[in-house]
Design a protein around this ligand. Structure first.
Ligand code: DGJ
Length: 376
């Protein structure tokens, strides 16, 4: 009788084990027990939870926490992208730790300590792998622009086909934002480590919010908020992209444009920018030019939908030319959280271009996929 009961139980176990090969192996090895079974189940549940936390991103969800492929929030603010070798690289301010408002501050110059510039890579623009810090802080050198006590913002990286170097420009600042300089770093690989060369004021002028744009002929330009953020300077760079070549223009004179993001469509140059209100949002502006140095003509606010008058609570940082010939561009904005800058989020939205009229709009979308890039 006892023998029959045991045989019955072992038959049931064999049936269960055939569904769970791991249990079969453990059973055969003589390790099986109810306690171990429960333990295994817990491990399985925890693993499943971890997998769920790291699930693939299937859509862009502006303003939501955007996790990387390790399941950690992407930390790349004021950023820019580079496409190289079939992959996208996203560089940004790596903001960790406490947000500080210095006791001497006379305005809202909230900052986090400099930790460096992060780099993420992706093939689909949705799922990003952390590649580490492309440019790291220099903790032991208080004189360095990269010392934690300073401010590093708006890193942009371009590839120089002639020198085969990756060149990064940043806004290099002092804690009180009086330095107003541009910093330059170089690397042989897109993920770094970048070697910091140093900082200067391009053509002797102040340089704060900035971006780089490489034209079809390989010439690179730096756009920067200059003259106390009142006027935008467009600085043409030397062939190695390491410094200005002396040719520059003053544009948007007295118009206080910040956060420039430049792109080219059908031989015209476009720039999205913000107004100048510290970390607080304001209305975006789109401008167009036939030649990169200008004249630039203001088109108006391209944003539409809820909170469009405040750029959806975001501020421009970059426009991704996904397929420029087909008019497929993504506008990237930062949604700053000034009292907790490390928790600042991202707002990426498709630019809707009417291919007949050239009209450009950035409509608010709470969730979207790359299919939205197909313009009419
Ligand atoms: C607005 C700029 O666009 C940001 O990059 C940052 O410099 C803040 N101002 C600081 O207030």
């Amino acid at each position: 009788m006892l023998y029959l009961q045991r045989r019955d139980r072992s038959a049931k176990m064999t049936k269960a084990n055939s569904r769970f090969p791991l249990l079969q192996i453990l059973n055969n090895l003589g390790y099986y027990s109810m306690k171990r079974y429960i333990f295994l189940l817990i491990i399985l549940m925890l693993t499943t939870l971890q997998v769920v936390a790291q699930t693939k991103n299937e859509a862009f969800v502006p303003k939501a926490v955007w996790n990387d492929t390790d399941g950690k929030p992407i930390n790349a603010h004021g950023g820019g992208l580079l496409k190289y070798g079939g992959k996208y690289y996203w560089y940004g301010e790596y903001k960790v730790g406490e947000t500080i408002l210095p006791s001497w501050a006379t305005w809202e110059c909230y900052r986090t300590d400099v930790t460096g510039v992060s780099c993420y890579s992706s093939k689909d623009l949705l799922n990003w792998t952390f590649e580490g810090l492309a440019l790291s802080a220099e903790k032991d050198n208080p004189e360095s622009d990269l010392h934690p006590s300073k401010v590093i913002e708006r890193p942009k990286v371009v590839y120089n086909k002639k020198t085969k170097k990756f060149v990064m420009w940043v806004h290099a600042e002092s804690a009180d934002y009086s330095k107003a300089a541009a910093g330059v770093a170089v690397s042989d690989t897109p993920t770094g480590p970048f070697k910091y060369i140093g900082s200067f004021r391009p053509n002797g002028a102040m340089s704060r919010d900035q971006t780089l744009f490489v034209d079809d002929d390989g010439t690179c330009y730096q756009f920067s908020s200059s003259e106390d953020n009142q006027t935008l300077h467009i600085n043409r760079l030397t062939d190695d992209y390491l410094k200005p070549d002396g040719q520059y223009v003053r544009r948007f004179i007295g118009q206080s444009r910040e956060a420039p993001a430049v792109f080219k469509y059908k031989n015209k140059y476009y720039m999205i920018s913000s107004g100048c209100t510290g970390w607080d949002p304001n209305r975006a502006e789109l401008a167009v030019a036939d030649s990169i140095m200008g004249e630039w003509k203001v088109i108006g606010d391209p944003c539409t939908g809820i909170d469009a008058d405040k750029t959806f609570y975001g501020q421009s940082t970059y426009v991704i030319p996904v397929n420029p010939k087909k008019g497929q561009f993504i506008a990237c904005f930062d949604m700053w959280k000034k009292k907790d800058l490390a928790d600042s989020r991202y707002i990426w939205l498709p630019i809707k271009i009417d291919r007949d009229t050239g009209d450009m709009k950035i409509p608010w979308m709470p969730k979207w996929t790359l299919k939205e890039l197909k313009n009419k």
